[in-house]
Write a protein that binds this ligand. Structure first.
Ligand code: GLY
Length: 461
């Protein structure tokens, strides 16, 4: 056994030291109450919440063509889904689907613009959700196809990627790791139209990204600049991270999700291995308090801000990765359990830190853009993935609607999983605050060492 493997075994098995917990806030009635209160805020002309102020957690609203505008309507679709999987009287009292459709409507004209840029994947989310409910909805189909075509038009066959930011120098072709999240709209549109070119574009973009955005240790560059004439890499750097050679945690989280999603669509094991590799970096570089920092390499002094949005995105990516492990033949049950448990622990740690009953957002401690000093806020996509994580935990049979873990994947009763059940004092993050939410726990889902061994079977080292 190599020293790398031994080191990783030790790291993982020593962090898997206490009981696994789900925060009660995940299924709190306040989730729906807060989202409904925001939905009932009339914005004329239409504007969408993106982040909150730092003091009172009041939403700041932005125009429909902002890259984040799809997340609030998609959160409303998620609560419509919650209504069907956890039909409480309180949820039944609201027409979540109607609200979601109303809040999506101001995004419809965007599909006819060619200036929306590269973030069309995020903007398409509400329409993808609408098609899950009404598969023949023409408006939603048109929106998905238009957004996909807009993204396809940003594909350069020499570079092999879709272009992110538009630059004054047309040969300078930037690609950000975030754009792995765009690829879903290409698959959705290919499914509607049978246009396989869209899948070829998604595959090419992912293949180039895994070669040029990932480092050997599974960490990622935020930005890769290519020369569009030669297709060669000019520079690997950051925009929202701490340094060019650091790892911006939200970018890493987008990558975990994005490659797990590529595996879901293609069953290409390289994508599963890439998602595992990025997850391995994310999990083994968490600080002792388990709180996701805004950048894994940001200095500890002064205390670095956390990013609750990166935590919620990563947790959702780990849940998706867990399903990829289960889809293997034979299923990698141990690996799947490990990623589920890791997701739960991240959600628990971050919820304890960031849940804010008195704020309009669900969570605080989001870092929008630390170099621009936009941190310690609520963030609409952090809240969306918080809601989605709860839904997915129920849909996957991992949790019940009252927030208990089902314990459906038990193993060693003496073992414990993943980090500490309580959050240690802040050693590495700023703005730490504990919540009053009582957490339930299940014991002994998996032995820490067994988890490490099982996971190592599938890790790229
Ligand atoms: N896609 C931009 C961000 O994650 O901040």
């Amino acid at each position: 056994m190599s020293r790398t493997i031994l080191g990783l075994l030790l790291t993982i098995s020593t962090t898997l030291a206490a009981e696994l917990v789900l925060p009660s806030e995940l299924f709190s009635p306040q989730v729906a109450q807060k989202v409904l209160a925001t939905a009932n805020t009339v914005q004329n002309p239409a504007k969408y919440p993106q982040w909150t102020d730092r003091d009172k957690g009041t939403w700041q609203f932005f125009s429909p063509d902002t890259w984040t505008s799809g997340f609030f309507p998609t959160t409303l679709y998620a609560l419509n889904e919650r209504l069907s999987i956890c039909p409480t009287d309180e949820l039944k009292a609201t027409d979540w689907l109607g609200l979601a459709q109303t809040w999506s409507s101001a995004e419809v004209p965007l599909e006819t613009k060619t200036t929306t840029g590269h973030d069309v994947g995020f903007l398409s989310f509400p329409f993808i959700e609408e098609l899950k409910v009404h598969s023949n909805n023409q408006t939603a189909q048109t929106a998905v196809n238009s957004f996909a075509n807009e993204l396809a038009a940003r594909f350069d066959p020499i570079v092999g990627c879709t272009r992110s930011w538009d630059t004054t120098d047309p040969t300078d072709f930037t690609v950000i790791i975030d754009n792995m999240m765009n690829l879903e709209v290409l698959f959705q549109s290919a499914n509607l139209t049978g246009n396989h070119t869209l899948i070829d574009i998604a595959t090419s973009h992912a293949d180039k990204t895994l070669v040029n955005h990932l480092r050997p240790d599974g960490s990622s560059y935020h930005v890769v600049e290519y020369n569009s004439t030669t297709g060669k890499v000019i520079k690997q750097r950051t925009a929202q991270g701490y340094a060019d050679n650091s790892t911006w945690s939200r970018g890493q989280a987008w990558g975990i999700f994005g490659f797990a999603n590529m595996f879901k669509h293609t069953q290409n094991l390289t994508y599963l291995e890439t998602s595992r590799h990025m997850a391995q970096y994310f999990l083994t570089n968490l600080p002792g308090d388990g709180i996701v920092p805004w950048d894994f390499n940001a200095p500890l002094d002064p205390p670095r801000p956390a990013d609750s949005s990166a935590a919620m995105i990563a947790a959702n990516g780990l849940l998706l990765l867990s399903q990829g492990e289960l889809s293997l033949s034979p299923a990698n049950k141990s690996g799947s359990d490990f990623y589920i448990d890791s997701a739960i622990q991240i959600i628990a740690n971050m919820t304890t830190l960031a849940w804010r009953p008195e704020w309009q957002s669900l969570l605080a401690n989001g870092t929008v853009n630390n170099p621009a000093l936009n941190n310690l806020t609520g963030i609409v996509y952090g809240d969306y993935y918080f809601v989605k994580n709860a839904n997915d935990l129920v849909s996957l049979g991992i949790a019940t609607c009252n927030g208990s873990l089902t314990g459906s994947t038990p193993s060693s009763p003496s073992a414990s999983v993943s980090g500490s059940g309580s959050i240690p004092s802040a050693s590495s993050t700023d703005g730490v605050r504990t919540s009053s939410g009582a957490a339930r726990s299940v014991q002994g889902r998996i032995s820490g060492l067994a988890v490490a061994v099982a996971v190592l079977g599938g890790l790229v080292l």
